[in-house]
Design a protein around this ligand. Structure first.
Ligand SMILES: [Cu+2]
Length: 233
C-alpha cells in the first residue's frame, strides 16, 4: 500500500469510527460486542494457484438481508426484526496463509455511500470481484447495498485489509414480503497472512432511522459487523 492510500485509509476509518462512536455511544458498542458468539468457519476446497504459489483454498458463503427475518437471529427476527443484517452469522473464522473465496449474496437495496473510497474493490486477488459472474473492480457509489470491509491495522498482526462493495438490488425488485428472487451475487478471493483477530464491518450507511444512518444495525455486532479471525490451518 502506498503512503497516499494509507493516509486516505486512515482518514476514512477515523471518520467512520468517530462518527459511529459519537452517534451510538461507546458503551453501546462494547455492550453489544459480546452478544453473539456463533462462528462460521470457512469450508475446505482443495488448493488454488495464486501469485504466491499453490495455497490451501477455502470458501465462505454469506448473505446480506434487508431485515433480520432470515433465521439467523432466531424465530421472528430476534430483538430487532427490522434491522438489516449479514447472515447466517457475522463472526467468521478462516485459516492463515490460505486463499479464501467469499461469496456474498445481497438481497438488499441501497443508496449512496458517504465515501466513494468504499465503492472500489480493494485488497482482493487481482483487485477484482465478480458480480453475477462478470468481473468488476468497483460499484457505482450511488448503487451500493452494503460493503464487506475487514480492517487489519493493529499491533503485531499481519496487515489484512480488504473491502468489497455489494451492488444494491433495484428498489423495484424488492418485494413487499420475503426476499427478492434475483439477489446480486458477488464473489472475491483474498489471501490471508498470519493468524490474528480482525474486525469487519459494513461501510454503507445502512442503520436506517438513526442520525447519519450509522446507528442501530451499523453500530451493533451481529448485524453489520463482526469478527474475521485468521487461525492456524
Ligand atoms: Cu450495511
Amino acid at each position: 500500500m502506498n503512503n497516499l492510500l494509507a493516509n486516505k485509509l486512515v482518514a476514512t476509518l477515523g471518520t467512520v469510527v468517530i462518527g459511529a462512536a459519537v452517534i451510538a455511544g461507546i458503551g453501546t458498542c462494547v455492550a453489544s460486542a459480546k452478544n453473539d458468539s456463533r462462528v462460521l468457519a470457512a469450508t475446505a476446497a482443495g488448493t488454488m494457484e495464486t501469485a504466491q504459489g499453490t495455497l490451501p483454498h477455502y470458501t465462505l458463503d454469506i448473505s446480506a438481508y434487508p431485515d433480520s427475518m432470515f433465521g439467523g437471529h432466531g424465530k421472528d427476527g430476534g430483538a430487532h426484526p427490522d434491522w438489516v443484517s449479514y447472515g447466517p452469522v457475522t463472526n467468521f473464522q478462516v485459516p492463515a496463509h490460505s486463499a479464501i473465496t467469499i461469496t456474498v449474496t445481497n438481497y438488499d437495496s441501497g443508496e449512496t455511500l458517504n465515501n466513494d473510497f468504499f465503492g472500489k474493490v480493494r485488497g482482493t486477488i487481482d483487485g477484482s470481484a465478480t458480480l453475477n459472474g462478470k468481473r468488476i473492480t468497483s460499484v457505482s457509489p450511488d448503487q451500493v447495498g452494503h460493503t464487506f470491509t475487514v480492517h487489519g491495522i493493529s499491533g503485531q498482526q499481519s496487515e489484512l485489509f480488504f473491502s468489497v462493495p455489494m451492488q444494491a438490488v433495484a428498489e423495484e425488485d424488492i418485494p413487499e414480503e420475503g426476499y427478492t428472487k434475483t439477489p446480486n451475487v458477488t464473489v472475491f478471493t483474498v489471501i490471508t497472512g498470519n493468524e490474528g483477530e480482525y474486525v469487519w464491518n459494513c461501510e454503507y450507511p445502512c442503520g436506517d432511522g438513526t442520525i447519519a444512518k450509522f446507528g442501530n444495525a451499523m453500530s451493533s455486532m451481529g448485524y453489520m459487523s463482526g469478527y474475521f479471525n485468521v487461525v492456524r490451518a
